[in-house]
Design a protein around this ligand. Structure first.
Ligand code: IMP
Length: 432
């Protein structure tokens, strides 16, 4: 289950819907840059790192090797869950191979953004990029490394070296490696009971017939390889990331569900061909409550970009779409769908690799009639207004993927599961 656009597609609600039918939910990339708002007994609560499956009793949640973990952010979430009466003991596993986000990563993230000036990426300032840089640069600190408690061992040396690099790059007060090492000793005491060889765990559970959901964060167009580089996050949010980010074989993935909004949003910088800056953009932002769950930033809004979703269908091998927030379009007289881009006298029907070219693209729109009867809360496809059904059919046609699930409101019940679609089998079994 992953995002088919630029993130914030409403994946959280779809995970909540499917989780009762799965035994395990496993995250494979990203970190606490993600944000998923949930309501527990009427209280608003935002999960960043822990899969929201944790809210369902009996579900085991896995944070895979592909995730970058800020231990203090993780503990803050665990504490908040405890405050709400949710005990994670025995239900949350963290990969010993996951890399840590340490305080210098956050500082370097902010510094890199300041240096980029006008060309900034608009990161979440959580240290995600620098943590992955250290991982790829082979100088990162992994969760399992914390077991080394020797004063001059590999952990202490790696931290001291990384802190020395930080002190060369960041001009303000010096950070001391020894203070951080002392903190990491305390982190280990608390983290240790959660740490596991999660690839092996998943392998055994899958072999035993357990149903596992692999949960992607961010979205396809924010993928480090396939997204709108360099305006991307630093991990593989696409389907292949599930295999490498969890240590499972690609054939363990039996189906791929892409979540897409019935329109488009993006936070942060970078090209967004269908962006609407005027009153219509404002209308979508207000009725869709398009403000970032992690940073509170207003999201940029635009019409549905079928070029982008078709691209997501290709690079992820999507079996189906979950189309979210259809109700946000209620009451619009006309709705545009981007079917191609015009660029330098050419019409492109495929997503260009070159960002300068994408930034210069103008969307080619097809205009469809809107609907006046509300779709909000509708649970039966046949009860949707005819124009809404037509809109969905057209999106399916040009995106090339069937919409198996349609979300018509924020409640779990405000959902249409299409008859005879692949989604019906995901909603069978395990239910608690
Ligand atoms: P980073 O992941 O903090 O490095 O940010 C890189 C880009 O990804 C920025 O444009 C962020 O706004 C975007 N981004 C990161 N996480 C999310 C998310 O969960 N939803 C939407 N955009 C995100």
């Amino acid at each position: 289950m992953l995002g088919a656009q630029w993130g914030d597609e409403g994946k959280g609600k779809i995970v909540d819907l499917l989780t009762p039918h799965f035994s395990i939910v496993a995250r494979y990339q990203g970190g606490h840059n993600a944000g998923h708002t949930v309501y527990v007994r009427g209280q608003k609560f935002v999960l960043h790192l822990i899969p929201s499956g944790i809210l369902h009793p009996g579900v085991i949640c896995v944070i895979g090797n592909g995730v970058v973990v800020d231990p203090h952010a993780l503990f803050a979430e665990v504490d908040e869950l405890a405050r709400l009466g949710i005990d994670v003991t025995g239900r949350l596993l963290v990969s010993d191979k996951a890399h840590l986000i340490l305080p210098y990563h956050r500082e370097l993230d902010v510094l890199a953004e300041a240096r980029r000036g006008e060309r900034k990426i608009g990161t979440t300032s959580r240290g995600i990029g620098p943590a992955y840089e250290d991982k790829i640069g082979r100088r990162g600190v992994r969760v399992g490394d914390l077991a080394d408690t020797s004063a001059d061992g590999p952990l202490a040396n790696a931290v001291r070296e990384n802190v020395a690099t930080r002190n060369r790059l960041v001009g303000n007060a010096e950070m001391t490696g020894d203070e951080l090492i002392a903190d990491l000793r305390a982190v280990w005491t608390r983290l240790r009971p959660l740490v596991a060889e999660t690839s092996l765990y998943l392998h055994r559970e899958i072999a035993a017939g357990k149903r596992v959901m692999f949960e992607g964060a961010q979205g396809t167009l924010l993928d480090i390889d396939h997204g709108t580089y360099p305006f991307v996050t630093s991990s593989n949010s696409t389907a292949g990331g599930a295999a490498t980010g969890l240590g499972i074989g690609p054939r363990a993935i039996q189906a791929v569900l892409g979540v897409a909004k019935a329109y488009t949003t993006r936070v942060g910088e970078g090209p967004l061909p269908t962006e609407l800056t005027g009153a219509m953009g404002e209308r979508l932002r207000e009725s869709g409550q398009e403000y970032g769950a992690s940073t509170g930033r207003p999201r940029r809004c635009g019409w549905y970009d079928a070029v982008a979703v078709r691209y997501a269908a290709r690079v992820n091998g999507l079996d189906a779409l979950a189309l979210t927030k259809l109700d946000v379009l209620d009451g619009l007289e006309e709705i545009n769908v981007c079917t191609a881009y015009r660029c330098g006298g050419e019409t492109l029907i495929e997503m260009p690799s070159d960002m300068a070219q994408l930034a210069a693209c103008v969307p080619v729109y097809e205009t469809l009639p809107g609907w006046s009867a509300p779709t909000r809360g509708v649970t039966d496809f046949h009860r949707l207004p005819a124009e809404a059904r037509r809109y969905i059919a057209r999106l399916e046609e040009i995106s090339g993927v069937p919409a198996a699930i349609i979300s018509t409101g924020s409640d779990r019940d405000h959902t249409i599961v299409r008859e005879h679609s692949i989604a019906t089998q995901w909603l069978e079994g395990v239910s608690r």
